[in-house]
Design a protein around this ligand. Structure first.
Ligand code: HGY
Ligand code: MN
Ligand code: MN
Length: 412
């Protein structure tokens, strides 16, 4: 197999250009799913895809596909590369975008080099991977893989009260293709690690063999509003204090365990949210993750038990609503082995890894052999404007993706 190399300048320039789209007045990068800023990112990606001479297809949940096929291979199942371009709030420029732009780069390089694949190669931008505005996360790829009815996803109401389907209409990305219209022969996703392992161990490439389970809940605690100055401590039904106890319970339990379990409370809101009123209501999110399904279930049960005790002891009413729940996923061992062998052929070190973050690959793994390639994140920082991966690592990862896709598209 002839080994090509991506156009490093073009890829790095596009990562920076896309990273400049969607900055607010404070310069913070925020491209929430189906927002005006994400539309601008989608438009830019589609312009690059058109310019590359690929066919564009958009499905009903707004997933975008850039497809390269020939008359000879158009009826074969495509090799699919993908990720996302929606971001969290005040995000870095690499999360998701790196994988999408590297996928486009791989196709453009193979096209330019005159490579003739035995099957189509496509790059996908999946809608709402982050799940910050609409839950659950990885929504577009979940719908694509048949894990969530498209009508239900389109009816999702966001944290801002908008409806996803209406927002996709408004930004012009409510497509007509039925989700799942392309049945991939294989799926590969290139992504920054978003954790500290590769950098700490001085390894260039992560061959991701599995991905941990994810549990998202929204907890609502109802107590009684009362005067901050006149209400004795013994008479309070303080929803705010109860929320603080739950946050401490989760943090201490995960910290004390000698397992990879992680627990995060990322959003919290008090009502009436006034300096001199004991909160009557506290609403917050709980993100629990573990590579082992039984342990994740045990963490969910421990939380449920603690909430029941807290409600009884404090005269509170506590409810929990499930926002997302995904079991751990194991990726395709042949593709993982191919990633490792490819890294070796390019003289790069690699290691098998578990993904701590959720990714679209965990959903597409339901319908096609799938795996992921990681490159180092400096300081393990992500979901933060300080997210950074050196250009040399970005290019190394993209060339591994290039070789892996080329091999998957020649059936060797
Ligand atoms: O939550 C996650 O792990 C991903 O960034 N959506
Ligand atoms: Mn991501
Ligand atoms: Mn992310």
């Amino acid at each position: 197999m002839t080994s090509f190399s991506v156009n490093a300048e073009r890829l790095v320039a596009r990562i920076r250009d896309l990273g400049a789209i969607g900055r607010d007045t404070d310069g913070r990068l925020t491209r929430l799913a189906a927002s005006e800023t994400e539309k601008a990112g989608r438009d830019q990606f589609c312009a690059w895809v058109r310019n590359a001479g690929l066919e564009i297809a958009i499905d009903r949940i707004g997933n975008i596909f850039g497809i390269w096929h020939s008359n000879e291979n158009r009826h074969e199942a495509p090799v699919l590369i993908g990720s996302h371009i929606d971001t969290v709030i005040n995000a870095g420029i690499y999360d998701g975008c790196y994988g999408v732009l590297s996928g486009l780069e791989v196709i453009e390089t193979l096209k330019t080099e005159g490579f003739a694949p035995s099957r189509p190669i496509a790059v996908a931008v999946f809608t709402n991977e982050e799940g910050v505005r609409y839950a659950p996360d990885m929504m577009g790829s979940l719908v694509y893989a048949g894990g969530l009815p498209v009508e239900k996803a389109l009816a999702a109401v966001g944290t801002d009260g908008t409806m996803l389907g209406e927002e996709l209409q408004r930004i012009g990305y409510a497509g007509s293709e039925e989700p799942g219209f392309l049945k991939p022969s294989a799926y590969v996703e290139l992504h920054i690690e978003q954790g500290p392992v590769l950098e700490r161990e001085g390894v260039s490439i992560g061959a991701v063999e599995n991905l941990q389970g994810i549990s998202w809940q929204r907890v609502t605690i109802d107590g009684v509003a009362n005067h901050a100055g006149t209400t004795p401590m013994s008479m309070r039904r303080d929803a705010g204090h109860a929320a603080a106890r739950v946050i401490t319970f989760l943090h201490d339990r995960a910290t004390a365990s000698n397992t990879p379990t992680v627990a995060t409370v990322g959003c919290i809101n008090f009502e009436p949210n006034a300096v001199n009123v004991i909160p009557s209501r506290a609403t917050f999110t709980v993100d629990l993750r573990d590579p082992d399904e039984d342990r994740l279930k045990a963490e969910e049960a421990a939380l449920a038990g603690y909430l029941t005790e807290l409600a009884a002891a404090g005269g509170l009413t506590i409810t929990a609503e499930r926002l997302a729940r995904f079991e751990p996923v194991t990726f395709d061992k042949h593709i993982v082995e191919l990633i490792e062998a490819t890294a070796g052929r390019r003289g790069l070190t690699s290691k098998r890894m578990t993904s701590g973050a959720g990714h679209d690959a965990q959903m597409i793994a339901r319908i096609a052999p799938s795996a992921m390639i990681f490159v180092p994140s400096i300081g393990g920082i992500s979901h933060n404007p300080r997210e950074y991966t050196p250009d040399a690592d970005l290019i190394a990862g993209a060339n591994i993706l290039l070789d892996v896709v080329q091999r998957l598209a020649t059936g060797q």
